[in-house]
Design a protein. Sequence first.
Length: 242
Amino acid sequence: MGKTDVNIILQITSKRKVDFENNFHLINLIADKKERILVNEVRALIKLIKFLFEKASLQCKFEKKSIRALTTKFRDAGRRSAPWEPTSKRVPGRPQDGKDGNRINRWLLPPDHKFYANEIDATLVEVKYYLQALSMSNAPQTKDYEPNIKKKFTPWLVKHEVTPGTYLDPLQRKEIDFNEFIKNPRIVQSGHLIPLDRKGKHVPKNTFLMLSESNQMQGNQKIEELLKLMEYIVTQHKINPI
């Protein structure tokens, strides 16, 4: 990575106006660092990936409002925590802010909090959500943009190539239709292989997007525990049908 690229990354992270489209090459340069990625680099990466996702989605004629609903969903499930208090502790019924229990950047929480994640991990989780969405069936194509990100994040961040139709729901192992997702974002939720209540961590290898019905089935179980239970139930029904 040259000095010019480093300066552009600093410009992106400092919130200056940057020509994202002519700096997409930075996505692959940053991705090449894999687990050695730095804070400034991951801050630039999420902005570049978000811009690429928005551009590709607009090219497919999706409405800006619908695209924004997904980018907000990814941010709230990635870098931001879920509300960490049920109600305001200051004034009953008062809207909460981050210090009063509402969504907050995960790295601002105490390290022993179940929603905690450092900034690099939390941001890479959010990047992963974008990559998984771009790998759903009927997802916007990114192959026509330079650089081609098809294999740059495989397998260190995602196990599949970043191309439409390669991502499967982690429980049901079936495709997720992007058209249905952007029409109704509630059909997809973020999940964890090991739930946070079971001492799972909000890190890339433990996180994924999944169909809401799969998330409901998983509940507070590990995926492997649920599969064993389902196998047992099926076996018992074969032995003792209703």
